[in-house]
Design a protein around this ligand. Structure first.
Ligand SMILES: Nc1nc2c(c(=O)[nH]1)N[C@H]1C(S)=C(S)[C@@H](COP(=O)(O)OP(=O)(O)OC[C@H]3O[C@@H](n4cnc5c(=O)[nH]c(N)nc54)[C@H](O)[C@@H]3O)O[C@H]1N2
Ligand SMILES: Nc1nc2c(c(=O)[nH]1)N[C@H]1C(S)=C(S)[C@@H](COP(=O)(O)OP(=O)(O)OC[C@H]3O[C@@H](n4cnc5c(=O)[nH]c(N)nc54)[C@H](O)[C@@H]3O)O[C@H]1N2
Ligand code: SF4
Ligand SMILES: [Mo]
Length: 737
């Protein structure tokens, strides 16, 4: 993270249109493209519109795409450089088989031979140990068509219950919280509702680095006079420009939300009409927050009483407001409680479902939203249906042409898949679009387990660190090599367009999955010839579900610049703002705006519980982890893009000057960070923008630089999200130097 205002300015300047353009002029590279393809960025959930320049089946650059309303031509550094990955020499262009005698441990094999080997190993393992012994880990960077196909492939072709996805590490606490409170899991408002709101409350989101374009929305709101409140253990680049910064001690957010609600009640900053008419459960929550006096809230959260009172007053007295949160409050063993605490504060204010009155979690992966709706979660069927609900099973089984009883039940979450592989219950694994060796917590354990598997196949376009443990590697497709839909941060369904063909033996992921099904002799239901056919079946499978895509078509997306779901028929324009009076709602059927039979939102008592591993004498410092602007997730792609690597070449451990002084560490010193699970040695970045009791490490790197050697595998009991944002460590100069 940038440490000085000057450095943060460097990040922020990059939010604007690329400097090479003025009023939409083309970048002068001297090479004329054969084609220009309007599509979206392959990285984060904002899914900025981008126009790719294509020459000789290669993406050679980009132009700003100003017609897409969300980013209107703006991009962050990753979007600007994304085109550089396709031509990287590491790009997988053939299938590989493990061969310890070969250089690098793998030798190329014919694609068909690789598929045969995968099919025969799936068969062998399932015959010997049962269908659930073969598991799938999938990803939310896949298009929705592919994500849908993965869920269907698991249940119909492999008949395994055990499929889960990397959104388990990302958005599930928000999903559970939203479903509990609203009955639906999607941003409640389009981002245009941020522009003229009075108060923007941001908890646990490093907006400027992780959702850069959203910064522009927040700043526009500020220009209209909005007050910006940021809650974070670090003064993030956006926090430097906010009106009130609340430096929360990691893992204590629900205490803050409860404390704010306490003050709202005490000062009667409540929308009684709304609470009465549109919610249930307020009394129990009001009773619970009685104990959250400003004094107690301050003691638990580490935020001053004065700041808490100021935040409550601004929030309480506002006429319009928008609350945003991200992984900072969600990556916890009580992540769901944190989310519910935030939602309670929104419901008590009554500021939802109207213009400039909004609430949303900021989605993470490119298809963080769409990837969590259509059945690649362990307990879900398409249309955000529940795999344990007999009616839901019957509907989807009919679309798939199978008997409901043939569908497996709920499987286990992504980390539990790893644990079951450790215990031997799971013997085989297919991983697509996921790099668990880097991204799962306590990853020394994960690495040991990967080597225990009898058979492991990975599908990726680069040999990621997890794939190094595979028996077979299949060369998948880059974003620009396929078409399909994704759902971006606001709930808007958009279309990814194909710019180039996959090189060599690489092919579109959905073709690979179908090739495996065919080789297993189970081609029925896996004979799609293009993504549009998968999409048409998905529309049907989602019909009548909460995530109803049945009225969305590729053409309508094109025409409208995206379609917000739910969209129940082709004449329906889509639903940009949820919870408006009278909007389509298949559950409430006119009873009210929320997605429960009575149409009312739920308040939920959200008790505070300390983190799973709190600091003690042996491990006295809190470690929290997250991101930097120039790297993306486990870094498979962005660590291969030179200019992004230059921007932040290696992970640094951020610490406050007071802590550094106490430990005898100077900026740039090699520093060892140890937890009960592992250690790593990184250079110190001494910054006054972090709480003195906390250190921060970005997690995008692998091996001995990986922050996840240290993190704890404690999970939220409901959402099963790992507690990436708090564990206990000790810190010293390397070798006690
Ligand atoms: N540059 C970049 N952008 C990305 C990504 C990326 O890898 N790189 N990944 C995408 C994905 S998948 C995701 S999920 C999003 C994540 O986006 P964010 O959630 O915004 O990113 P993080 O860095 O994980 O964490 C956000 C903030 O939480 C703070 N935090 C830590 N502990 C706590 C706590 O207990 N309470 C509070 N209130 N704050 C806390 C951290 O200091 C950090 O500033 O970003 C997306 N965008
Ligand atoms: N310590 C710590 N750990 C964290 C987090 C944190 O804040 N702190 N954040 C967590 C979060 S929010 C997330 S989302 C996870 C992400 O964790 P992962 O999902 O493991 O990370 P990715 O880098 O997205 O891995 C995706 C892999 O899929 C490949 N890929 C991308 N697109 C495609 C595609 O279309 N097809 C195929 N076949 N492959 C593709 C990429 O090359 C990459 O190898 O990490 C989590 N881990
Ligand atoms: S990484 Fe996200 S913010 Fe940056 S250009 Fe891509 S979609 Fe936009
Ligand atoms: Mo994420």
């Amino acid at each position: 993270m940038a440490s000085t205002p000057e450095e943060s300015q460097n990040i922020i300047e990059r939010f604007g249109p690329h400097p090479a353009y003025s009023s939409g002029a083309r970048l002068q590279t001297g090479i004329e493209p054969d084609d220009l393809v309007d599509t979206h960025c392959c990285f984060c959930g904002q899914q900025c519109g981008i126009r790719l320049k294509v020459k000789d089946n290669e993406v050679i650059g980009f132009e700003p795409r100003e017609d897409f309303p969300f980013n209107q031509g703006m991009l962050c550094p990753k979007g600007v450089k994304r085109y550089l990955q396709g031509s990287h020499p590491d790009r997988l262009v053939s299938a590989y088989e493990r061969d310890p005698s070969a250089e690098g441990g793998f030798r190329p094999i014919a694609y068909d031979r690789a598929i045969e080997r995968v099919a025969s190993e799936i068969k062998r393992i399932q015959d010997a140990y049962g269908p659930d012994s073969f598991a799938i880990l999938s990803g939310a960077s896949l298009t929705t068509e592919k994500a849908y196909l993965m869920g269907k492939f698991a249940r119909v072709c492999l008949k395994t219950a055990n499929i889960d996805y990397n959104g388990r590490l990302c958005m599930v606490s928000a999903a559970v919280g939203n479903k509990k409170a609203f009955g639906i899991d999607r941003a409640a408002n389009p981002w245009s509702d941020i522009l003229k709101t009075e108060v923007v409350w941001i908890s646990g989101a490093n907006v400027a680095e992780c959702a850069p374009i959203t910064t522009n929305y927040v700043w526009q709101a500020r220009e209209h006079g909005a007050k910006i409140i940021v809650v974070d253990p670090r003064i993030t680049p956006l926090a430097r420009t906010c009106d009130l910064f609340l430096p929360v001690k990691p893992g204590r957010d629900v205490a803050l939300f409860n404390g704010i609600l306490h003050l709202m009640i005490e000062n009667d900053w409540l929308d009684h009409d709304f609470i009465e008419k549109h919610t249930v459960g307020f009394e129990a929550v009001a009773e619970h927050v009685k104990e959250w006096t400003p004094r107690r809230t301050a003691q638990v959260t580490g935020i001053s009483e004065r700041a808490i009172r100021q935040a409550a007053e601004w929030w309480g007295e506002a006429k319009t407001s928008f609350l945003l949160h991200a992984r900072g409050i969600e990556h916890h063993s009580h992540g769901v409680q944190n989310v519910l605490g935030a939602i309670n504060m929104v419901l008590a204010s009554g500021r939802i479902g109207r213009p400039y009155c909004g609430y949303a979690t900021i989605t993470g992966q490119g298809n963080g939203q769409g990837g969590r709706e259509h059945g690649q979660k362990c307990d879900q069927l398409p249309g955000a249906r529940d795999i344990s609900n007999p009616e839901h099973r019957a509907y989807v089984a009919e679309v798939w042409g199978v008997q409901p009883d043939d569908l497996p039940g709920a499987g286990v979450d992504a980390y539990e898949i790893i644990r079951k592989a450790d215990s031997g219950e799971i013997r085989g694994l297919l991983s697509i679009c996921f790099n668990p060796k880097v991204s799962l917590p306590d990853n020394n354990f994960v690495t040991r387990v990967l080597d225990k598997l009898e058979f492991f196949v990975a599908i990726d376009f680069f040999l990621n660190e997890t794939a190094h443990h595979a028996d077979i590697i299949l060369p998948g497709s880059l974003h620009e090599e396929d078409e399909g839909i994704v759902t971006q941060i606001e709930g808007r369904v958009i279309k990814i367009n194909k710019a180039v063909d996959p090189p060599g033996d690489a092919r579109q992921d959905w073709r690979i999955i179908q090739d495996i099904a065919h080789c297993l002799g189970r081609e029925r239901g896996f004979q799609f010839t293009r993504p549009r056919e998968i999409f048409d079946e998905l529309r049907q499978a989602s019909r009548g579900g909460i995530a109803d895509y049945s009225g969305i078509t590729y053409e309508k997306i094109e025409k409208q610049g995206g379609v917000f779901w739910p969209c129940p028929d082709e004449d329906h324009p889509g639903t940009p703002r949820l919870f408006e009076e009278g909007s389509w709602n298949p559950i409430a059927k006119g009873a009210g705006p929320f997605y429960f039979p009575d149409g009312k939102a739920r308040f939920n008592v959200a008790p505070y519980t300390p983190p799973a591993e709190d600091v003690d004498e042996d491990y006295p410092i809190i470690l929290t982890t997250g991101r930097v602007v120039s790297q993306f997730l486990s870094g498979t792609q962005t660590r291969r893009i030179g200019p992004l690597v230059d921007q932040y070449p290696e992970p640094l451990v951020e610490m406050h000057p007071h802590l550094a002084e106490r430990l005898g560490i100077a900026d740039g010193d090699w520093t060892t960070i140890e937890s009960r699970r592992g250690d790593c040695t990184l250079r110190a970045h001494v910054v006054s923008t972090i709480r003195p009791d906390t250190v921060f490490i970005p997690y995008h790197w692998a091996g001995r630089k990986s922050a996840n050697q240290l993190t704890i595998s404690a999970q939220d009991p409901i959402s099963k999200i790992p507690e990436y944002k708090v564990c206990a460590v000790r810190v010293k100069r390397r070798n006690g130097e």
